[in-house]
Design a protein around this ligand. Structure first.
Ligand code: MG
Length: 368
């Protein structure tokens, strides 16, 4: 089997309401997503999506995805989409780095592999059946009272794990947010405080040692070394996210003892081929993982949830669903969606999601 042509669509995905990260430092209202469809010399086609969370969250942006695809896609014409390690090697030769753009092509090839073998991705990723995946809420930065109210709302919708976005220059306000949430958290529920790299190590150590909160602390500072300084001096478990870009970053974090868990996101790491390697490493060293994507429609969410569903329960925390924040759904009725705190991946060959061409409109590029 060979790849014969690749089409690309750009689609703006507006959020249902503005979303604030990092103590209000970063605001998001719309995502810029790119969808790719890979055709082969058989009847099989594969779909992938690459959708950064805006352009201020990671070194990634929608225009960058499509500029990179213009270099990557022509190099894949004539290649075997089932040879995933080779596909990734070809992409890495053609354009070093830029994992967020490669994710769409890698995932479309995994979709073809699933369809060619008649198996859903969770089977190809190692699981005998699709375990239901607990999904977590995402609590936008606000006042302590606003954030507690959002957690109670999410709890009423079936969420039992919450990701609360805090972090900023007002130390007293962050401490108030953390303690209010820790005190109000319903029994049996868990919260991760996601700082989104807003703190300096000194602020992180001060806030975390003063807080009553015991839960996970995610990406407190900008760099791995800064997060390591924090990890050595606080009692809460540390989770890393934005500072991890490839396998070697994970290896370095483990060697340093910088964390007890990580976020595993196909769009940040370059697709499922890279994520599977990193997921297996994380299981080997006993880390906890939130497996989800950076952003995107139900297609991106469903791909990430296939990986989550095939990961041992002992290493798996809840997964966030980006599409739950969107006002536009390009794949109506399909994929992994929240059913009272849990989501199930489709039992279809591949990832099981196909965008509606009427919603996507005209392709922005066609490589053949
Ligand atoms: Mg995070």
């Amino acid at each position: 089997m060979i790849i014969t042509n690749i089409q690309v669509w750009q689609l703006d995905l507006p959020l249902t309401k503005a979303y604030w990260l990092s103590g209000g430092r970063l605001k998001f209202e719309q995502l810029d997503s790119s969808f790719v469809r890979i055709e082969t010399n058989t009847s099989l086609v594969g779909w992938g999506e690459a959708c950064p969370w805006g352009h201020t969250y990671l070194p990634a942006h929608g225009g960058g995805v499509r500029a990179a695809l213009a270099l990557l896609a022509p190099a894949l014409i004539g290649q075997d989409p089932l040879a995933l390690d080779h596909i990734n090697a070809v992409m890495d030769t053609q354009l070093p780095g830029h994992p967020y753009a490669k994710a769409a092509l890698d995932i479309a090839c995994w979709d073809i592999l699933g369809k060619a073998s008649g198996l859903p991705l969770y089977r190809l990723l190692g699981a005998p059946e699709a375990a239901p995946v607990a999904v977590n809420s995402s609590i936008s930065t606000g006042t302590p009272d606003q954030m507690v109210a959002l957690i109670h709302q999410a709890s009423a919708q079936g969420y039992r794990t919450h990701s609360a976005k805090i972090g900023g220059s007002d130390i007293a306000l962050d401490l108030a947010r953390m303690d209010a949430i820790a005190d109000a958290l319903p029994p049996g529920e868990a919260v991760t405080f996601d700082i989104n790299r807003a703190w300096t190590p000194g602020v992180a150590v001060e806030v975390l040692n003063a807080s009553r909160a015991q839960g996970w602390i995610e990406q407190p500072c900008q760099t791995l070394d800064q997060c390591l300084q924090v990890a050595k001096r606080v009692r809460q478990p540390i989770m890393l996210d934005e500072c991890l870009h490839d396998f070697n970053d994970h290896l370095e974090a483990w060697k340093l003892g910088a964390c007890e868990g990580v976020k595993v996101k196909p769009n940040r790491l370059g697709g499922l081929t890279r994520c599977r390697q990193i997921r297996d490493f994380c299981v080997s060293v006993g880390w906890s993982m939130h497996i989800e994507d950076v952003g995107g429609s139900v297609l991106a969410d469903t791909v990430a949830l296939h990986l989550a569903a095939s990961t041992p329960q002992a290493n798996r925390l809840a997964s966030w669903l980006s599409h739950a924040h969107l006002a536009l759904d390009p794949c109506p009725g399909q994929g992994a969606r929240n059913l009272v705190g849990f989501a199930r991946v489709p039992d279809l060959p591949g990832h099981g999601v196909e965008p509606d061409l009427d919603i996507l409109g005209q392709p922005s590029a066609h490589y053949r």
